[in-house]
Design a protein. Structure first.
Length: 436
C-alpha cells in the first residue's frame, strides 16, 4: 500500500513530463521538454494560490491576472503535447510569466505591500538556463533585471496611483513570495538532476553491456588509452556452418532472428562459464577466458563453454525444426587486449593466439571442437581427444585435437529464452538451415 502511494505522484509527474516526447528527440531535448512540462505544471497550483490571495485581500486585478496565467500554462502544456514545438512554447511561457509577475506586482501596490512578489520572476531566467544556450539565458536574466530596476525607479508613482492596503507587506505574504519561487526552482533542479543521474546510470549500464565491467569502470573514470598484455588466455571462435547458403535460402528477417537467438544463448553461456564476449562478426562469435581478468583454468572454461554451445545449438535447431550446426576453434597463449575507438568503444584482442584460434575454427569440423596444442596442454579435464594434422596457411602443418561434444556427459541444460515464431512461406515452408 505504501509503495503504491509513493509511486503514484512520481508516475503522475513522469506522465506530465513526457507529454511532448517525440521519437526523434535526442536525450538533451527530451530532458529540456520534461523540465518545461514539470515547471509549467508546478506553476499552475502556485498561480491558483495567487487567485485565492487576490480574492482574500480584495485585489481583483491579481485574481484575474493569476487565473489568466493559469489558463496560459494549461494551454501551453496542451500545445506542447499536440505540436511538440518546444522553442515557441517555452518562449511564450517565459514571456507571459514575466508579464504576469509585473501585473501582480502592480496589483499588490509595489514594493511596500507587494511582499517581494518580483522574486517569482526569477523562475524565468533560472528556467532559461535549462532551455537555451548561455547567451539566450543571459538575455532573459537581463530582461528580468531591467523589469526589477524599472519598478524600483517607478515605485513612488506606482504607490501614488495604486495605494497599498498597508504600510508594509504581511509576513505570510513575504514568506509565500520567497518560499514559493524557491520551491519551484528546487523541484525543477532536483528533477533535472534526477534525469541527469538516470542518464548516467543508463550510459553506465550501456557501457557495461558493451565492455567488460573492469574496462567500463576505467573508461567511466576518465581513462582513455587502455592496453594490457595477458600472458595466458584462451580464445574461442564459433561459426555457423554454411551461413552463406542459409542467408541466400531463408528470408533475411528469419536469418537474423535465429542468429540473434543463437548469440543470446551464447551470451548467457559466456556469463555462466566466466568468459568475456569479445565481439560478433557476421555469423562468428568470439569470446575469451582469462582476459581482462586472469584465471588459471581458462582453457577448461573455454572448452566447457564450447561443449555447452554445441548442445544449445542442437536444442535450438530442434525447437526451430531446422538443421543447424556450428564449428568451434580454441587456442591458448599470450594476447594484447585493449579498447579502440573514441565514440563507439570496442574491447578487442590481438596476437598470434587470436589468429590460431581463428584457424582452429576455420579448419574445424561441423559439430566438433578443435583446439591447438597450447590449449590441449593446459586442460585438466579428462576429455577424449582425437589427434589431427591440419595444413594451415601461414602456419604449415599443425597438430590439433578434436573433441566430439556427444562424447561428454551432458551438463544441466540452460533455460531456453522465449522464441519468436518464424514465418512460413505460402508453399512448402522455409528451406532448412542446411549444413554443408
Amino acid at each position: 500500500m505504501t509503495a503504491t502511494a509513493t509511486a503514484t505522484p512520481a508516475s503522475f509527474i513522469e506522465r506530465v513530463a513526457s507529454v511532448a516526447d517525440h521519437p526523434d528527440d535526442d536525450a538533451d531535448l527530451r530532458v529540456r521538454k520534461h523540465a518545461l512540462a514539470v515547471t509549467a505544471a508546478g506553476l499552475v497550483p502556485a498561480t491558483l494560490g495567487w487567485v485565492l490571495i487576490g480574492y482574500v485581500i480584495d485585489r481583483p486585478l491579481l485574481s484575474w491576472g493569476s487565473a489568466l496565467f493559469a489558463l496560459i500554462l494549461v494551454g501551453s502544456l496542451s500545445v506542447l503535447a499536440t505540436t511538440k514545438a518546444f522553442t515557441s512554447v517555452v518562449r511564450a511561457v517565459l514571456f507571459s510569466g514575466l508579464v504576469y509577475v509585473a501585473v501582480g506586482h502592480v496589483a499588490l501596490g509595489g514594493f511596500v505591500a507587494g511582499g517581494a512578489s518580483l522574486v517569482w520572476g526569477l523562475v524565468a531566467p533560472v528556467s532559461a538556463v535549462l532551455y537555451f544556450d548561455k547567451r539566450s539565458s543571459t538575455r532573459w536574466f537581463i530582461g528580468y533585471a531591467l523589469m526589477v530596476i524599472g519598478f524600483v525607479a517607478l515605485d513612488g508613482q506606482l504607490q501614488f496611483f495604486i495605494p497599498a492596503d498597508s504600510a508594509t507587506a504581511p509576513v505570510w505574504l513575504f514568506a509565500y513570495n520567497v518560499l514559493g519561487p524557491a520551491l519551484i526552482v528546487l523541484l525543477l533542479i532536483r528533477y533535472v538532476d534526477g534525469q541527469r543521474l538516470q542518464a548516467q546510470v543508463q550510459s553506465h549500464r550501456l557501457l557495461h553491456n558493451m565492455l567488460p565491467p573492469s574496462i567500463a569502470d576505467r573508461l567511466a573514470g576518465g581513462e582513455r588509452l587502455i592496453a594490457e598484455a595477458h600472458p595466458s588466455v584462451s580464445v574461442l571462435f564459433a561459426d555457423v556452418v554454411n551461413f552463406t547458403g542459409i542467408a541466400e535460402a531463408v528470408p533475411a528477417r528469419d536469418v537474423l532472428l535465429t542468429l540473434n537467438q543463437l548469440f543470446s544463448i551464447f551470451d548467457r553461456l559466456a556469463e555462466r562459464h566466466g568468459l568475456e564476449k569479445i565481439k560478433t562478426m557476421g555469423d562468428s562469435y568470439i569470446a575469451a577466458a582469462g582476459a581482462p581478468v586472469a584465471r588459471d583454468d581458462h582453457a577448461d572454461a573455454a572448452v566447457a563453454m564450447a561443449i555447452d554451445m554445441h548442445r544449445e545449438v542442437e536444442r535450438l535447431a530442434g525447437l526451430r525444426r531446422r538443421t543447424l550446426s556450428i564449428r568451434i576453434g580454441i587456442s591458448s597463449g599470450p594476447v594484447t587486449a585493449g579498447v579502440i575507438g573514441r565514440q563507439k568503444f570496442a574491447y578487442d584482442l590481438w596476437g598470434d593466439t587470436v589468429n590460431v584460434a581463428s584457424r582452429m575454427e576455420q579448419f574445424g569440423l561441423p559439430g566438433k571442437i578443435q583446439v591447438s596444442e597450447s590449449t590441449r596442454a593446459l586442460l585438466t579435464s579428462p576429455y577424449s581427444w582425437t589427434e589431427r594434422s591440419v595444413q594451415v596457411k601461414g602456419k604449415g602443418l599443425m597438430t590439433t585435437f578434436v573433441l566430439d561434444p556427444a562424447d561428454v556427459r551432458a551438463a544441466r541444460p540452460m533455460a531456453m529464452p522465449e522464441l519468436e515464431p518464424l514465418r512460413e512461406s505460402p508453399a512448402e515452408g522455409l528451406p532448412s538451415l542446411a549444413v554443408s
